[in-house]
Design a protein around this ligand. Structure first.
Ligand SMILES: [Zn+2]
Length: 76
């Protein structure tokens, strides 16, 4: 029910889209199915919106992930 879901979002109980969840080696990340806000899975509190430093760490992990694959050209 749309209004009920929005009320849950308003009190911080977002509905994480687990089908879209991605793990960045630290946490699971996804977004709310109702309002679309970015969410991370806190080991203690469960799914919640990340703070600014957590977003920065996540972006760094994503960048590292993109560059940690096999090198295109093998080093000498
Ligand atoms: Zn939400």
């Amino acid at each position: 029910m749309w209004i009920w879901n929005r009320l849950l979002c308003a009190v911080g109980r977002h509905g994480a889209d687990r089908g879209q969840a991605r793990h960045d080696r630290d946490y699971w990340w996804s977004s709310c199915k109702v309002c679309g806000v970015q969410l991370m899975r806190d080991p203690v509190d469960g799914w919640r919106p990340p703070n600014a430093s957590e977003i920065a760490d996540h972006d760094a992990q994503v960048q590292r992930g993109k560059t940690s694959g096999e090198p295109a050209v093998a080093p000498e």
